[in-house]
Design a protein around this ligand. Structure first.
Ligand code: ADP
Length: 195
């Protein structure tokens, strides 16, 4: 089965996905997939260099992320073009890894942008890790070392909590301790095994 796992930045999504991996799920980490599809030699990186020019490549042939970021964050049309290259490549790579996992695997699509991208519609079940925005801000500041302004800007760039929750089949509340979250993941795993 395909389990979509999402949550706003700092919500605890990585903590939940680590637990799901421990329970035996195959976890597809979309941050990693996004890096894979622009590796040197990939079709994705070639397409990006075609569209944005060789100045987004470093001397060693790898993608210069800050250079590309500076272009697309200032220009919505450029961002759309970039996503038009990377999103299909990411979907294709996820499908390949899913086939490799086999028909009996629980495949977790661990994707912060699951709902933003509309990818939740292709899942059998959608799990949202949820905390109040103020908790997100506090954890990003205390545990990740972001400034409060940066934390709020990053949260503001994502879908709202309400929009994400509207897509959820299951909600994992992470306003308690990390152990509480792991227990909630275990309970969900039991529920899914019985369904
Ligand atoms: P995400 O992947 O959603 O961005 P993480 O799982 O990395 O979030 O969690 C963000 C930070 O908050 C991490 O440093 C993590 O260890 C910490 N964290 C996660 N859950 C809790 C919790 N229930 N209480 C306190 N800190 C937590």
């Amino acid at each position: 089965m395909r389990l979509g796992l999402t949550g706003g930045i700092g919500s605890g999504k990585s903590t939940a996905s680590t637990r799901l991996r421990e329970l035996g799920a195959t976890v597809l980490d979309y941050d990693q997939l996004a890096r894979d599809v622009v590796e040197p030699g990939s079709a994705g990186l070639a397409a990006i260099a075609d569209r944005f020019g060789a100045e987004i490549l470093r001397a060693d042939g790898t993608l210069d992320r800050p250079a590309l970021g500076a272009i697309v964050f200032a220009d919505p049309a450029a961002l759309k073009d970039l996503e038009g290259i990377t999103h299909p490549a990411i979907r294709e790579r996820a499908a390949l890894l899913e086939r490799e996992a086999g028909p009996d695997a629980v495949v977790v699509h661990d994707n912060a942008l699951l709902v933003d991208m509309g990818a939740h519609r292709a899942m059998d079940t959608v799990v949202v890790v949820d905390v109040p925005v103020e908790t997100q801000v506090q954890r990003l500041v205390e545990r990740r070392g972001l400034t409060e302004a940066d934390a709020r800007a990053r949260i503001g760039a994502q879908l709202s909590r309400e929009e994400r929750l509207a897509a959820a089949d299951h909600v994992l509340d992470n306003s308690g301790t990390p152990d509480d979250l792991r227990a909630a993941v275990d309970a969900l795993w039991e529920t899914l095994a019985r369904s």
